[in-house]
Design a protein around this ligand. Structure first.
Ligand code: PAF
Length: 296
């Protein structure tokens, strides 16, 4: 199927109507562009599981706080279109800001407690902006499945909760993080890293993966796991948080990991804010595979 590019909600809805009339199952991958293989994995998974895959590229202003990188957010629409085509997208939705937030816009989706810890502490209003735009996009696309990356773990948990709370008729699929060969989690923001900074950025994944290896070898005490993850973090410029939390409630775990947990980190390397996480799942709970986390 050829890929169609649409820029207005009216054109998108018309296209969705046609796809639905053909009885096709629709997958949706929302993005902010500057796509990489992490997005590629989401699109590929959607293309494998659905008849049509809609990708949105929209740098959502409401999820950026004052002083964050909205104005400088990296963009390369030509390359993005190539990656969408290559990975199996059938519709690319690229709206202007005024299409999504016309003059007079004033209704938001306010997530609850899940948006408060971790990134929520450092980016007030961020998840409100994410939840608002994702709810709007889900209403526009009306997909059967929507795909999100595990790298933004708290975002995935917040969205899954929103989908349940607002009875949105979509299944949220969380796809494991894609890493470069050296372990760095793929992120559009990696483009900001200077060559020397990239080496230091590996501190995040090295610590997390060391903790995960210890967990897989049987370590269940939270403190040694946190110590292992913290080890390399002396190389970053500013740590925001390193927390071991319940994978569903995001509440900190103290003592032992006796249920599915997420070990999450956020830190600045130079002026670039990076986040990463690993899931720690005691094997008795190991169920149907990583894409089924999180299930709050
Ligand atoms: O993860 C992202 O790229 C964004 O937060 C999302 C989900 C596209 C909403 O703007």
């Amino acid at each position: 199927m050829a890929m169609r590019v649409v820029r207005t909600i009216a054109d998108l809805r018309a296209l969705i109507r046609t796809i639905r009339e053909q009885g096709h199952r629709i997958g949706f991958v929302p993005t902010m562009g500057f796509l990489h293989e992490g997005h590629g994995a989401l699109i590929r998974q959607s293309a494998a599981r659905c008849d049509a895959t809609v990708v949105s590229i929209f740098v959502n202003p409401t999820q950026f706080g004052p002083g964050e990188d909205l104005a400088n957010y990296p963009r390369d629409l030509e390359r993005d279109q190539g990656l969408c085509l290559e990975t199996g997208a059938t519709v690319l939705f690229m709206p202007e800001v005024s299409e999504i937030y016309p003059t007079g816009f004033q209704t938001h989706v306010e997530p609850g407690r899940l948006a408060e810890p971790l990134c929520g502490r450092f980016r007030p209003g961020h998840f409100r902006g994410v939840a608002t735009v994702v709810a709007k996009l889900l209403h526009m696309v009306q997909p059967d499945l929507a795909f999100f990356g595990q790298k933004d773990y708290q975002q995935a948990v917040v969205i899954r909760r929103m989908v349940r709370d607002l009875n949105l008729p979509v299944d949220v699929v969380v796809v494991p993080t894609v890493r470069d060969g050296d372990g760095l989690a793929l992120s559009s923001r990696n483009a900001y890293l200077a060559p020397g900074d990239r080496e230091r950025a590996l501190a995040l994944s090295q610590g997390l993966l060391a903790a995960k290896a210890a967990f897989d070898a049987g370590e269940r005490r939270t403190q040694p796991l946190l110590d292992l993850a913290r080890g390399p973090l002396g190389r970053v410029d500013q740590m925001q948080y390193l927390e071991l939390v319940d994978a569903q409630t995001l509440e900190p775990l103290d003592g032992v990991v006796d249920r599915s947990a997420a070990l999450c980190v956020a830190a600045f390397v130079g002026t670039t804010r990076l986040i990463d996480n690993v899931l720690l799942t005691p094997s008795v709970e190991a169920g149907p595979g990583p894409q089924n986390h999180p299930r709050p």
